[in-house]
Design a binder for this molecule. Sequence first.
Ligand code: ADP
Ligand code: MG
Length: 146
Amino acid sequence: MEIITKSPEETKKVGRRLASALIGGEIICLSGDLGAGKTTFVQGLAFGLGIKSRLISPTFILVRKYNLQPKNNNLTPDTLFHVDLYRLEEKVDKEVVNLGITDVWEKKENIVVIEWAEKIKEIIPDKAKWVFFENLGADERKIKIE
Ligand code: ADP
Ligand code: MG
């Protein structure tokens, strides 16, 4: 599916919509250049999962963890992990394993969203959902969800 958004709000809405389909255990891989809208998308996704605090880009700390409020239905996810691999350049696979992220994404109560996931595509499980972002100039972004 391909969507063109014309504002950050529209991109957040796409993230929010995806959030409503999540049941836990998902790995969402985001790929695209700096400024293409990945973090903006995650802000919408986090909002959709009921996270009220402001979502900060984890660029300088690699991983941010958010506890999810229990819902009145059978949804199992209880934690969102927001990972950003932008800063990592060498042996990224190994780094991600050392950080425990591969353990985290095996648990069905976790949702893991990863910016710059293409850096570790060799170790990303097949079940992962990929989302590609492209900057079309000014406020236009192309979002392709596989
Ligand atoms: P990334 O995480 O991919 O580096 P960000 O989401 O941090 O990108 O930044 C995207 C930037 O582009 C933000 O400053 C945002 O306000 C701006 N922007 C403009 N139009 C859009 C749009 N349609 N979708 C997402 N971001 C947009
Ligand atoms: Mg970002």
